[in-house]
Design a protein around this ligand. Structure first.
Ligand code: LER
Ligand code: MN
Length: 270
């Protein structure tokens, strides 16, 4: 398994669960100093960072890009894949499509988390799930053409009423014709929704393509009460070899959260 730390470059979500902020180059330098294998990027748009700059930085620092987040499409522009307005759904697909192309320049998959949206009032849940499926099929085909993965993230009940747990996520992905879409196991969301984290991880097995690493209180792993030894054992058992990516609050500050994260990563995965 490989270590990863998040870098958010979207000031509008400043109170959110991301470790590093503001400056891409400074954050990447700090990540490599601590021994992280990769970074996960959360940018306002697909063209915030040019492909040439990103390629130059990743090769200079010898640091991978584990994934790119798409949530800015929702938080900055109100776009989701399940909006009742077909024009907004189309803009959401276009926003994510551009992010997939951005990530593909460094071989990174895009993550669809908050852009899945919600079942809007007056809309049947089956209809919203069909819109979500339509979006994932289109975007999954694009990801396949560009040689990258696509990651779908169940969120806790306070963030979406679509899919909240891994099993429902697996059943949904299984029903899609595209096999490109993997599941994101965000340990914070799972703490709110799953009966047992290790059991859910074992059941989801090879569907898990990415892990968001945060403790029960969404602080860096080790600062809450998640039984991480059991979670790590389950990830090993399913043969997971992907990224363990710290998406947690910068508590008490970014540097200490990053330090705490890499220490926990080494404890559980080395
Ligand atoms: C995104 O990865 C996520 O987990 C959301 O909860 C962020 O708001
Ligand atoms: Mn997450």
């Amino acid at each position: 398994m490989k270590s990863c730390v998040t870098i958010a470059l979207v000031p509008a979500i400043r109170t959110g669960p991301w470790i590093y902020w503001d400056d891409l180059e400074v954050s990447m330098a700090k990540a490599i100093d601590l021994g992280f294998d990769a970074v996960e990027l959360f940018t306002p748009a697909a063209d915030t960072i040019s492909a040439s700059r990103l390629i130059e930085l990743t090769s200079r620092f010898n640091l991978g890009v584990a994934a790119v987040g798409t949530g800015a499409g929702k938080v900055l522009h109100g776009l989701t894949l399940t909006d009742p307005d077909p024009q907004i759904r189309a803009r959401a697909v276009a926003f994510i499509a551009a992010m997939i192309s951005f990530g593909a320049t460094v071989g990174a998959p895009a993550i669809i988390g908050s852009m899945q949206g919600n079942v809007a009032p007056g809309v049947a849940k089956a209809q919203a799930l069909q819109w979500l499926a339509d979006g994932l099929i289109t975007l999954g085909e694009q990801a396949e053409q560009q040689g990258v993965g696509l990651i779908y993230e169940p969120l806790n009940r306070y963030e979406t009423n679509l899919i909240n747990d891994l099993k429902t996520g697996v059943d949904f992905l299984r029903s899609l014709p595209t096999k490109r879409v993997a599941l994101l196991a965000d340990l914070f969301h799972m703490n709110l929704e799953e009966r047992s984290l290790p059991e859910s991880i074992r059941a989801a097995g090879s569907y898990i393509g990415h892990v968001h690493f945060a403790d029960s209180n969404r602080r860096a792993m080790g600062l809450g009460h998640t039984a991480m030894d059991e979670v790590a054992a389950a990830l090993r058992e399913i043969g997971y070899t992907g990224y363990i990516s710290a998406e947690a609050f910068p508590y008490p500050d970014s540097d200490q959260a990053a330090q705490q994260t890499i220490q926990s990563f080494k404890t559980y995965f080395r």
